[in-house]
Design a protein. Structure first.
Length: 499
């Protein structure tokens, strides 16, 4: 099977997958963005369609006031007895949640909080008698410390009452690497397998596995652990870990997992953050053997255009700590997108920013922006509230702005007035420039004035990377309103992989 990699490009971390008959469903983390936890569908593990989101309405996650890195962490998607389940951590908010749905496209339940299971990366599995086991990492999302019980914890749970049926017990601590997390429990043959991530989600990330004859253990560690890691290699895909096993259509096995594609001369900066990858798995002597993750981008580029003709926004648009409908509409002015700012900007927790995951290493986004009489807005590429580049118009002036932690710089250019086309180009770095060759890419902020593109700033892309921003997400690029009401006639993005 020719598996594409990345499988889900751009900000799609912590993948979990389930096979139901001939269908595959995959879910990923979304942190502070809403709608949350996209669900993707495939019948061949190659071609995927986003069919909905687990979190698509108020009240399901308590995301309004979570800090950066809070929100929806590491969902596990499973199917049991006619129901789909998603177990997830609502970090820094509601805690351990379980959502259910008869149809994975939704609607999903409001989310049941599970008492007595405090940690992250919750997994669900059922014994032959129907007993539900929740296995999770004992990491405290408030302090960042490992729970006093240590390592990977487990409880039997009542999924109707929303509570653990026993005190958490430690079932395995991994091989001794830091942050044992992302557990998944499987039954295959006579054994139960407990697969986890270790080493942290950075360059030391890895996958290890143990097995036992009971879902509650004890578990025997695989002598060949870790079964997958890219650490200390020159592979183009690094940080590989947080895997989930699944049977392939041809009867084989595969692992979906997160990884990153660092760029630059020292391969130090990952512009797109943590993405979803896939790799084949075979079984030898009762243990899974994972192949190294191979880069295999899909042929052709990516292209998206939105003329905002539909009453509902395309499902690929996401917003920060609130749903897009709180500030965005395609009905106020039919055929246009209208964004209304309540005075918050890109530096704030809930900006009037509507974005899409950047999926390609080289990408251009553009929009026709009308700031009206008292508005201002335009295009932005965002990692978080402290790391973003933008270009905006107030009707007579175009301003390019870079925000990198506590440092901010701006460049301005006057315009004839009225609507203006704005562009943000993500380019390959200049290999002839010593500084540029160290970076992941270059980001150009442009306005089309009198029919000609004018570049206001060319910025180093490494400052909008996972390693610099230290966020768990990835680049999200889109439109925003800084003040008042701003309309957009159209938006387009085109991307490709570096040559």
């Amino acid at each position: 099977m020719n598996l594409p990699n990345p499988l889900m490009p751009g900000f799609n971390p912590d993948p979990s997958i389930v096979k139901v008959g001939g269908d595959y469903y995959l879910a990923t983390s979304t942190f502070e963005y809403l709608p949350g936890i996209p669900v993707y569908h495939s019948t061949d593990l190659v071609n995927w369609t986003r069919i909905g989101h687990v979190v698509d309405r108020e009240g399901q996650l308590d995301s309004r006031d979570v800090p950066t890195l809070g929100g929806a962490w590491a969902p596990t998607i499973r199917f049991h007895d006619g129901l789909f389940y998603v177990a997830v951590t609502d970090a820094m908010a509601r805690g351990t949640l379980v959502f259910t749905a008869k149809d994975p496209a939704g609607p999903w339940s409001d989310g049941l909080a599970i008492e007595g299971a405090i940690g992250i990366d919750q997994d669900l599995a059922w014994d032959d008698d129907g007993t539900a086991y929740m296995t999770y990492s004992g990491l405290d999302t408030v302090t960042g410390n490992i729970n006093e019980h240590g390592g990977i914890l487990q409880v039997r749970v009542d999924l109707e009452a929303g509570k653990a049926l026993e005190e958490p017990r430690s079932v395995w601590s991994g091989t001794g690497l830091m942050f044992p997390e992302a557990p998944h429990l499987y039954k295959r043959g006579d054994y139960w397998y407990l697969m986890i991530a270790e080493g942290g989600t950075e360059r030391g990330h890895s996958v290890s596995i143990a097995r036992g004859t009971s879902p509650a253990g004890p578990f025997e560690s695989n002598p060949a652990n870790p079964i997958l890691s890219a650490r200390s290699t020159d592979r183009p895909i690094q940080n590989t870990g947080h895997g989930d096993l699944v049977e392939t259509p041809d009867g084989g096995w595969a692992m979906v997992l997160l990884g990153m594609r660092p760029k630059g001369m020292t391969r130090a900066f990952s512009a797109l953050g943590r993405e979803t990858f896939i790799t084949p798995v075979t079984w030898e002597d009762g243990w899974p053997v994972a192949e190294p993750v191979i880069l295999n981008p899909r042929e052709g580029g990516t292209a998206f255009r939105d003329d905002f003709a539909d009453a509902e926004l395309d499902g690929g648009w996401i917003a920060v700590r609130r749903f897009p409908g709180a500030f965005a509409s395609t009905e106020k002015v039919p055929g246009r997108l209208t964004l209304t700012s309540d005075g918050t900007g890109l530096d704030d927790a809930r900006p009037a920013f509507l974005g899409r995951r950047q999926q390609s290493q080289v990408e251009t986004i553009a929009a026709l922006v009308d700031a009206g009489e008292n508005g201002s807005g335009g295009l932005a590429v965002r990692y978080d509230e402290a790391h973003h580049y933008s270009i905006e118009t107030d009707g007579t002036t175009v301003t390019a702005r870079a925000r990198i932690s506590s440092i901010e710089q701006a460049w301005t250019h006057t315009t004839p007035g009225g609507p203006v086309e704005l562009r943000i180009e993500t380019r390959e770095p200049n290999p002839d420039n010593a500084i540029g060759s160290l970076s992941s890419d270059t980001i150009a902020l442009q306005a089309v004035i009198s029919g000609e593109p004018v570049t206001l700033a060319e910025l180093d892309g490494r400052y909008l990377s996972a390693e610099t921003a230290a966020s768990f997400t990835g680049r999200v690029a889109g439109v925003f309103a800084g003040n008042g009401t701003v309309t957009f006639d159209w938006f387009r993005s085109e991307g490709r992989e570096p040559r």
